[in-house]
Design a protein around this ligand. Structure first.
Ligand code: PAF
Length: 286
């Protein structure tokens, strides 16, 4: 393997991405893909590092995908920090950054969308963002096809997204291995997110209560307390801390189906709640 440049090579289109991957493969190198929407933080750097544990080369994609935002959501004001992102990728050891434009990803006449069931239809994120996962799955299917990587790394912070993508890759026989990487947190427990920059100082101070409520519920369920009771208590705790709770639920960790008893399977607790204008999501295992 040749020495890595300190800044990743920018690949502006699919042809340059494919040429880079082809050259690495000709050298016998394994390739990992880390799909992102930019505004990169330490959580994204950890995706790159996970890729480097599994492959010789990592290509991160940066594409703010319009089709996964509803018209009421923050597509136009989503943070775009390309130069800082390249520095973050370089420091993490990333080899290349695939940064296509909207016209490359959705050319004139684009008319295909992935239709989803299973973990995409379980009344969690899909209830509050009904068009979101079709946009995610379609762009991720394109990215996986474009890169043809050996593995692709996604953060567990977007746990339902990870399960939707895993299911889609399996169902569509996409050969890239889908890998989940653990959530990276601030010292006070707040999960890193590009949207944390929207929090006011007061909201930022209260935000770790989301992780706190999940941890408390997970601890009690693990100790044998009744699942439903603990989730109600966690919801009340969050409301007291000033959150508007979209959901805080115990689900089967693989199917994301509802689960009432610890004995019925591995449990994942998932939550989404709003503090002012900012919507936070988080999840932890029991
Ligand atoms: O998790 C994200 O940043 C996005 O949903 C993804 C997977 C890059 C698709 O746009």
């Amino acid at each position: 393997m040749s020495a890595k440049p300190s800044s990743p090579v920018v690949l502006p289109d699919v042809a340059s991405l494919r040429a880079a991957v082809r050259a690495w493969r000709a050298n016998g190198e394994r390739v990992a893909l880390a799909p992102t929407m930019g505004a990169l933080h330490a959580g994204h750097a950890s995706l790159v590092r996970e890729g480097l544990r599994r492959a010789d080369r990592v290509v991160a994609s940066i594409f703010v995908n319009p089709t996964q935002f509803a018209p009421t959501e923050d597509f136009s004001k989503y943070p775009r920090t390309f130069d800082a992102d390249l520095a973050t990728l370089g420091a993490a050891g990333c080899d290349a950054c695939f940064a296509p434009g909207v016209a490359d990803m959705y050319p004139q006449g684009f008319a295909t969308t992935v239709t989803l069931e299973g973990p995409a239809k379980v009344d969690l994120e899909d209830h509050f963002r009904p068009t979101h996962f079709a946009g995610v799955a379609t762009v991720v299917a394109k990215l996986l096809n474009q890169a043809q990587a050996d593995c692709a790394i996604f953060g567990e912070k977007d746990y339902q997204q990870l399960k939707v993508i895993t299911r889609m890759a399996r169902d569509l026989d996409i050969p890239t291995e889908i890998v989940g990487a653990p959530t990276v947190r601030e010292a006070d427990g707040l999960a890193l997110s590009s949207r944390n920059v929207y929090l006011s100082a007061d909201e930022r101070a209260r935000a770790p209560a989301l992780h706190g409520a999940l941890r408390m519920a997970a601890g009690k369920i693990a100790a044998g307390e009744v699942v439903g009771h603990e989730m109600t208590e966690a919801r009340e705790l969050l409301a007291e801390a000033g959150f508007v709770v979209d959901y805080i639920e115990a689900r089967h960790a693989e199917t994301l189906e509802r689960i009432a008893r610890r004995a019925d399977g591995p449990i994942r607790l998932l939550a989404a709640a709003r503090l002012g204008q900012t919507r936070l999501i988080d999840n932890i295992p029991v």
